[in-house]
Design a protein around this ligand. Structure first.
Ligand SMILES: NC(=O)c1ccc[n+]([C@@H]2O[C@H](COP(=O)([O-])OP(=O)(O)OC[C@H]3O[C@@H](n4cnc5c(N)ncnc54)[C@H](O)[C@@H]3O)[C@@H](O)[C@H]2O)c1
Length: 346
């Protein structure tokens, strides 16, 4: 049993407290932290959490309860100071995406985790879904031969769909595309080499920064990914993971994942099509622990044993996903000029 302290009980953090953590039996909650007393009050009133388990700082929680793991469910700008403090206090850490605001901060945290001999994982929950796992297996087995082109589309209309982060500096690339970029790496089992990206803010948009973008990503093994993402689309809404077409030399793999929209939820879907034949729907294997319960169960397993579970998004691994975010932001700032991942990793 892994004993945990959760830090950050805001909008998404409260959902972790109520809907995610209780579904992972390997994790026992020792404490809850939020700097805002209102957030503490909410978990006490709505979820019946005892006062003795609630703290206004991680430092106080570390003195008041015993734990092995910190679950950091805070806004990105708070990730670096809180994760750093958690590692210094000797905790293992599971942190929400995006890992950190800069590559330099993320690298420092990875080095600190190694120095402290602690596990640091980024909660890339989209990895723990049936369709991307099946797609990764088909690509890994070269079922349809080498990949010729990958196309990914993500479409939402944020103003009518409950989005809240209007002032976030990179609402598409840093907050949302990180999921798609991380999935590209997982499904292709490859790392990005360079990227060209354009972003913009359309008329009548409530966003302070750019909510739409297109990117071309070149991977180390030569695969090209064409990516289009929009928080301001009037087109048909895509599932959260986007719509993927993986065009290979002998056929194609089409899939989509996390089909939740305005209270409705649909299953992941994956079809394959041999060139010139009809598409075939593939039955997908449900996961014992999916999505956020998947990342939490994975770190609990990693702490309890010494083995690293499949698709484990360690802080070190996640540097490559975060680097793709930073490189697309840099490229967009340079009017779409190609940016090498090596430049942002340096
Ligand atoms: N993985 C996903 O699918 C997904 C979906 C939505 C949001 N998120 C992520 O969840 C994270 C949290 O988002 P949110 O909407 O809950 O933010 P929020 O602003 O609603 O909540 C953040 C909370 O952290 C608290 N806090 C800030 N600094 C603190 C500190 N140093 N110590 C203790 N408490 C502190 C604040 O008081 C607040 O209650 C973000 O990183 C976001 O990217 C992930």
């Amino acid at each position: 049993m892994v004993k945990a302290i959760q830090v950050g009980l805001g909008h998404w953090g409260f959902s972790w407290t109520k809907e995610v953590i209780p579904k992972v039996p390997a994790v026992h909650m020792a404490g809850y932290v939020d700097a805002n007393p209102e957030a503490i009050k909410r978990v006490q009133v709505e979820l019946g959490i005892e006062d003795k388990r609630c703290f206004l700082s991680l430092e106080d929680a570390a003195k008041g309860v015993e734990a092995d793991l910190v679950i950091a469910t805070l806004r990105t700008e708070a990730h670096y100071p809180v994760v750093r403090q958690a590692l210094e206090l000797g905790f293992n850490v599971l942190v929400e995406k995006p890992f950190a605001s800069t590559i330099a901060q993320a690298k420092e945290l990875v080095a600190l985790a190694e120095q402290q001999n602690r596990i640091l994982m980024v909660s890339q929950n989209y990895r723990f879904q049936p369709a991307p796992i099946a797609a990764a297996e088909l690509i890994g087995a070269q079922k349809f031969g080498p990949v010729n082109l990958v196309s990914v589309d993500f479409r939402r209309h944020a103003p009518s769909q409950g989005y809240r982060y209007w002032d976030m500096p990179d609402p598409l690339l840093a907050d949302m595309s990180i999921h798609h970029f991380d999935l590209m790496r997982m499904v292709l089992n490859d790392d990005p080499k360079r990227v060209s990206c354009r972003t913009w803010n359309p008329p009548a948009s409530p966003f302070g920064h750019h909510p739409m973008g297109v990117a071309t990503v070149e991977f180390e093994k030569g695969t090209i990914v064409s990516y289009r993402g929009s928080w301001m689309s009037s087109g048909p809404v895509t599932p959260w993971a986007g719509e993927w077409t993986m065009d290979c030399s002998e056929g194609e793999i089409c899939w989509t994942s996390r089909d939740h929209f305005m209270g409705k939820a649909g299953p992941d879907r994956l079809t394959t099509r041999v060139r010139d034949a009809q598409p075939e729907a593939i039955a997908l294997q449900p996961l014992d622990f999916a999505d956020r319960t998947g990342t939490l169960a994975a770190i609990a397993k990693a702490i309890a044993s010494v083995s690293v579970p499949a698709r484990f998004s360690s802080g070190k691994d996640n540097l490559h996903s975060l680097a793709l975010v930073q490189a697309t932001i840099l490229s967009a700032g340079r009017e779409g000029a190609w940016v090498d991942i090596a430049e942002v990793m340096a």
